[in-house]
Ligand binder design. Structure first.
Ligand SMILES: Nc1ncnc2c1ncn2[C@@H]1O[C@H](COP(=O)(O)OP(=O)(O)OP(=O)(O)O)[C@@H](O)[C@H]1O
Length: 315
């Protein structure tokens, strides 16, 4: 559904130095990106600030012309076939709106149906589903400018889906949303993805979005793909470890010389000890500590997506 080969985008930046002189600098925002996304996949496209994510998305949606390289989205070259592509894709750029600011949401949806010449029955069926799942009814008659961020975002996602796109590009769709709004938006996107008809590319800094929605993760850094695979593969690559945190009644020397167990930290005057486990079952370690008594509390922490992605970004 999406094919990208050796994609590059350079920006030329002119900067005034002194009174007359100007300096010209070239920024390589996207530097040889390769990716291929099949129909129905939901892929997380992540990377640190300035990595080149938005630039890639803009090229894939036909907003920006690549410096060089090959892109096909739904079999179309985005820039020359922009109008045709617009009917096949839905786009949500969290920071920008595709809705009519002064019109009630209902009118924006009606206009979008007319712009895309969506058959009435299809339009109504899709809108009905979005109204129910995204709970739009209470603000369907509110002008877009009066909507809260979370309400507007629910409207934006609906707007992106009304014409039945094959591909959905979501750039930071949960930015600035509260926990509950994020959860309901994620649940809706998971439902859209589960249908298998819509291919989704999701860009976000909220890694929980990725964890909940995407089996596959493409990480870009300085314009290049540095990881393309599952989250588990990333954990394996970095040898992510589970942790066991034990709280003791009193500080004491713990006899935990076991292969694959390392003390990672000691806090609370020696009453809290954190162990990193490398392939050792947590139960074995806990049983050994419990044998000597004085064990107040235990928690086992799975490696988090934040840790592993931070390691990748730091590299
Ligand atoms: N119109 C532009 N003119 C000049 N430089 C640009 C332009 N757009 C992006 N850049 C530069 O290209 C690089 C990649 O930017 P891009 O917006 O694609 O990053 P991003 O991964 O989306 O970052 P963020 O997570 O901060 O949104 C950055 O160095 C940015 O300064």
């Amino acid at each position: 559904m999406i094919e990208v080969r050796d994609l590059r985008k350079e920006f030329t930046i002119k900067r005034k130095i002194g009174r007359v002189r100007r300096e010209t600098r070239t920024v390589s925002a996207v530097d040889g990106v390769e990716l291929s996304i099949a129909r129905g996949e939901m892929v997380g496209y992540i990377g640190p600030n300035g990595a080149g994510k938005s630039t890639t998305l803009k090229m894939m949606t036909g907003i920006l012309t690549p410096t060089s390289g090959h892109i096909r989205v739904c079999g179309l070259e985005p820039v020359p076939r922009r109008r045709r592509l617009a009917r096949r894709i839905g786009v949500v750029f969290g920071q920008r709106s595709q809705l009519w600011w002064d019109l009630p949401l209902r009118e924006s949806f009606r206009l979008l149906g007319a712009v895309y010449t969506v058959p009435r029955g299809e339009h109504e069926a899709r809108l009905k589903r979005c109204r129910a799942m995204l709970e739009l009814d209470e603000f369907m008659d509110t002008p877009v400018r009066q909507l809260s961020l979370g309400q507007r975002m629910r409207g934006e996602i609906t707007a992106a889906l009304l014409h039945g796109p094959d591909v959905l590009f979501l750039d930071e769709p949960t930015i600035g949303l509260d926990v509950v709004s994020k959860q309901s938006l994620r649940a809706f996107l998971a439902d859209v993805g589960a249908g298998g008809e819509v291919t989704t590319v999701l860009t976000t800094h909220d890694l929980a979005d990725i964890e909940h929605l995407c089996r596959r993760l493409i990480v870009i850094d300085r314009g290049r793909v540095v990881h393309d695979g599952t989250l588990e593969a990333l954990h394996t690559r970095y040898g992510s470890r589970r942790r066991v945190v034990v709280d003791l009644d009193e500080a004491r020397e713990l006899d935990v010389r076991m292969p694959g167990v390392a003390v990672e930290g000691v806090e609370a005057d020696g009453r809290r000890v954190t162990f990193a486990l490398d392939g050792v079952p947590a139960g074995e370690l806990i049983a050994r500590i419990a044998r000597d008594g004085g064990l107040r509390d235990v928690s086992v922490r799975e490696p988090t997506i934040e840790e592993v992605v931070a390691r990748l970004y730091r590299e």
